[in-house]
Design a protein around this ligand. Structure first.
Ligand SMILES: NC(=O)c1ccc[n+]([C@@H]2O[C@H](COP(=O)([O-])OP(=O)(O)OC[C@H]3O[C@@H](n4cnc5c(N)ncnc54)[C@H](OP(=O)(O)O)[C@@H]3O)[C@@H](O)[C@H]2O)c1
Length: 184
């Protein structure tokens, strides 16, 4: 099973402010949807709670939380069990194992910063949207500066059609081995 990260960041690696994504970029939303559609998506509890309309459709939503009993702040989601495409996992490895046992070929880790940090050692590929505008009051950042120094190489870069940003992908540099997530 291939593990991907997908993230949008500003030039300072900012990904969030006040629990939200601090820009509106329709082209990136379309890119995110097209890339993740029909694949499982793994996210932190805070990212999930930022979704206005609950779980994202046509994708198995796996939400990480260490709480045994937690209430979703979103009024649409008072009952986790009400959504067939929503699962809560107490660890990242539990989420990976669930996807693996469902014979998924690819999963997408969709944030936020805490989950990106935990997922990086297991990740095969990173899909990055480069937003050109700098966020002023950002409070959440992607954990690493992607490049040779951190063991990642860019393998594609496409300019946005309408906006000024770019869509890039990164893969592991030679010698930067992925950590296995299933221990036999
Ligand atoms: N620009 C982007 O591409 C992008 C993407 C996603 C999110 N964001 C932004 O990022 C911000 C949220 O990021 P964040 O780092 O503050 O929060 P987060 O990663 O979304 O959620 C953190 C919470 O998830 C749970 N969690 C995280 N790692 C876990 C693990 N390994 N095992 C078990 N539970 C785990 C914990 O929940 P409990 O406290 O319940 O235990 C933790 O408090 C928001 O501003 C959001 O809009 C941006």
């Amino acid at each position: 099973m291939k593990i991907n990260i997908i993230v949008a960041m500003d030039p300072n690696r900012c990904i969030g402010a006040n629990g939200k994504i601090p820009w509106i970029c329709q082209e990136d939303l379309t890119h995110f949807r097209n890339t993740t559609l029909f694949h499982p998506i793994i996210m932190g509890r805070k990212t999930f709670e930022s979704f206005k309309y609950g779980p994202l459709d046509k994708r198995h939503n796996l939400v990480l939380s260490s709480r045994r009993f937690w209430e979703l702040s979103n009024p649409y989601l008072s009952h986790v069990g009400a959504h067939a495409n929503l699962d809560v996992c107490s660890s990242l490895l539990e989420a990976f194992a669930k996807c693996y046992h469902r014979h998924e070929l690819e999963v997408f880790v969709i944030g936020g910063a805490q989950v990106y940090e935990a997922a990086l050692p297991y990740t095969d590929k990173i899909y990055v949207t480069r937003i050109t505008q700098c966020v002023e009051n950002g409070d959440t950042f992607f954990p690493i500066d992607l490049g040779m120094r951190t063991g990642w190489v860019r393998d594609s870069s496409v300019k946005m059609e309408w906006g000024s940003g770019k869509f890039e992908t990164y893969v592991r540099a030679e010698g930067n081995e992925v950590r296995p997530y299933i221990h036999c």
